[in-house]
Design a protein around this ligand. Structure first.
Ligand code: LLP
Length: 427
């Protein structure tokens, strides 16, 4: 469910007509809906109402999915914590008003500087992904006079049955500590100065469209909790990660709902006697955002008809990188149908958003929206082909705010420095 609906023949974001917004901010741009963000967060929290947790579950929004400060602030206001994977993301979470005691730091390669900054901020938990990292974190914390609250991220050796590039829980993946070494690693954590071993975590991948791999993972975590306690260890928290998939195609069978997920979690974790934690990203922001672009021209090749839009793979990488599908809707659709390949202006054939897509008829000047672009959209953008990053707009009811202005081309050039010996000489 989202709040992007046609009204009077024009697609709106909540109460804001997207053709008017395009005229005001220019194209391309990303547009996020406050009501959808809040709804998805609430739906996720409500889906967890039945779970057995020693404290209310911590829902730590995975900032990587959409790190815009206004998006994080919207979720923070609703009560969300944050899952961060870099010092930069931690700074964003704090700047957007997420209390430090709701911040979790994940990632396979945290630097000493990042560890020190997170310790100074007083974050809730480090998800530690290797014995080597444990030693470093212990040393950094001890040197600073801190004790780092730690969950060990376990790699359960489960195939999440998703795209290979976003699968993280298999034996061959770089993430976490192999399940077979979990007890030894926990014993090590419990005796490492500067470390307080508080729990375990797992995250097996993203855009999961089946619950079975998650269920298998949680069963392994449950057994591990039992074994750790039998060995005399204390386990107070279990972080179940993110990964719940969302619908990208309007007419495709929907992935498991948050309610299905919540019911499965409640069953799988009954009696664990821990605080449960979650790191949802895409599920919260994916359908809360779209990217709006304008058709530059349509052209006919020897074999195909093309629609060339003013957004490109640098603005929305997912189709080029993961062959991902995004529905494409005209902002003011005409009656009828056309089949076309939708491409951007970048000088690569990979700059293709959709092959032979059935669309409503499009002409130069028309506006179209790439739906479900709120997660891993703007944040994966680059300035390839010297294309400035596009603006992001947050809508709330009938109001909107530009929450990231378009990067000015002069500002882009100003990021580079001409080496002193290359400076043009005055004659
Ligand atoms: N926790 C950890 C440790 C993660 O690595 C991720 C995502 C999440 C939580 C959030 O997962 P989610 O609930 O969003 O599935 N760029 C890719 C997705 C990469 C996901 C990376 N990790 C895409 O566009 O599909």
């Amino acid at each position: 469910m989202d709040h992007f609906e046609p009204r009077g023949g024009v697609l709106h974001a909540e109460g804001v007509a997207l053709d008017k917004l395009a005229a005001a901010v220019g194209t391309p741009f990303y547009c996020y809906s406050t009501a959808t963000l809040e709804r998805h967060y609430r739906v996720f929290v409500e889906a967890l109402a039945q779970v057995d947790s020693t404290e209310p579950p911590l829902v730590a929004y995975a900032v990587k999915a959409n790190p815009n400060l206004s998006v994080i602030a919207t979720l923070a206001r609703a009560g969300a914590g944050a899952d961060v994977v870099s010092g930069g993301e931690m700074r964003r979470a704090l700047a957007a008003g997420v209390p430090a005691n709701r911040i979790v730091f994940s990632g396979v390669g945290k630097t000493r500087d990042e560890m020190a900054a997170a310790l100074a901020a007083g974050i809730y938990q480090f998800n530690v992904e290797s014995e080597e990292e444990l030693a470093t974190l212990g040393a950094v914390a001890s040197a600073l006079g801190h004790v780092a609250p730690v969950a060990l991220r376990i790699n359960p050796g489960v195939d999440a049955l998703t795209h290979a590039k976003i699968s993280t829980g298999k034996d061959e993946n770089k993430f976490g500590i192999p399940l077979a070494r979990a007890e030894a690693a926990y014993a090590l954590a419990a005796t490492t100065p500067g470390i307080r071993a508080m729990g375990i975590s797992a995250h097996i991948g993203s855009q999961l469209t089946q619950l079975a791999p998650l269920e298998a993972t949680f069963a392994r975590l449950g057994d591990l909790v039992t074994r750790l306690r039998a060995a005399g260890q204390s386990v107070e928290r279990v972080d179940l990660g993110g990964g719940l998939g969302i619908p990208y195609k309007r007419d495709e069978p929907a992935p498991p709902s948050p309610a299905d997920y919540g019911a499965m979690v409640a069953k799988a974790t009954r009696g664990w006697n821990v605080r449960l934690m979650f790191e949802p990203g895409r599920m919260i922001v994916g359908n809360a955002g779209i990217m709006v672009t304008r058709v530059i021209l349509t052209k006919t090749g020897a074999a195909k008809r093309f629609v060339v839009v003013d957004a490109a793979m640098n603005d929305l990488l997912r189709p080029a990188f993961y062959s991902a599908w995004h529905d494409i809707l005209a902002i003011a659709p005409r009656a009828g149908e056309m089949t076309a390949t939708v491409v951007g202006p970048i000088c690569e054939t990979g700059d293709t958003f959709a092959e032979d897509r059935v669309l409503t008829p499009l002409q130069a000047g028309d506006l179209v929206a790439f739906m479900t672009a709120g997660a891993y959209g703007a944040t994966m953008a680059s300035t390839y082909n010297s294309r400035p990053l596009v603006p992001e707009v947050l809508v709330d009811g009938d109001s909107y705010a530009v929450v990231r202005p378009r990067l000015d081309i002069d500002a882009l050039l100003a990021l580079d420095v001409i080496a002193p010996w290359l400076k043009p000489q005055a004659n």
